[in-house]
Write a protein that binds this ligand. Sequence first.
Ligand code: ADP
Ligand code: AMP
Length: 217
Amino acid sequence: MRIVLVGPPGAGKGTQAQFLSSHLSIPKISTGDIFRDNVKRSTALGRRAKQYMDRGDLVPDEITIAMVRDRLSEDDAQEGFLLDGFPRNVPQAEVLKKMLDEMDARLDVVLELVVDDDEVVRRLSGRRTCRVCGRVWHVLFDPPGREGDCDDCGGELFQRDDDREETIRHRLEVYQEQTTPLISFYADEGILMGVDATGPVENVTDRALAALRPFME
Ligand code: ADP
Ligand code: AMP
């Protein structure tokens, strides 16, 4: 299956992508994770992306699209994928469509995780990420057994630089202005499914799987 997850920052895309990709045996492709990995390794791509990420702005399309094109050409993405954080505006969605046309493929479904701004701020301000395996935790809603350490791999947890309050607010504005037009873009294509992303993580996963079921054959 070829799936896109869309929703505001903090909606739970990365959290759900972890479960859905292993359940469906398709790779999770998170553009945010790829950028952060490049920033950590201080590659040329990471050095170009960092200034935009720190401000909470989108990284320019030509950089992002080239990176996604490379990733989608890898062997593991040929039979399906779960995109988390891409596309983030209509031009990216149009290019994705062209890339898939070239592969003689198409998206099966776009899942929109629906959650309000207050909840998003609560989620982002307590988010912690593992430096080693990338697993996402929350200090209140999904705490690890030992504060500061990842239960899965023992790695150190850190707070993302862009999860500060003023940057969170700016990222929500960017989402409203640039990403919400994707909702009607994919609704027009007939592949948009809204998923209530409130409540416990497992309930959201169940709702997401129920929304995917009709597309699984
Ligand atoms: P996104 O990838 O959409 O930015 P994340 O998956 O990183 O969002 O989730 C943001 C934060 O919210 C994380 O700390 C995560 O643990 C927490 N979270 C995710 N889903 C839920 C949920 N259903 N209820 C409460 N907290 C959640
Ligand atoms: P995320 O991990 O999805 O919250 O993304 C973190 C940051 O990476 C964003 O605020 C952007 O700066 C950048 N980013 C991730 N995906 C994209 C994208 N598709 N287009 C442009 N910038 C992106």
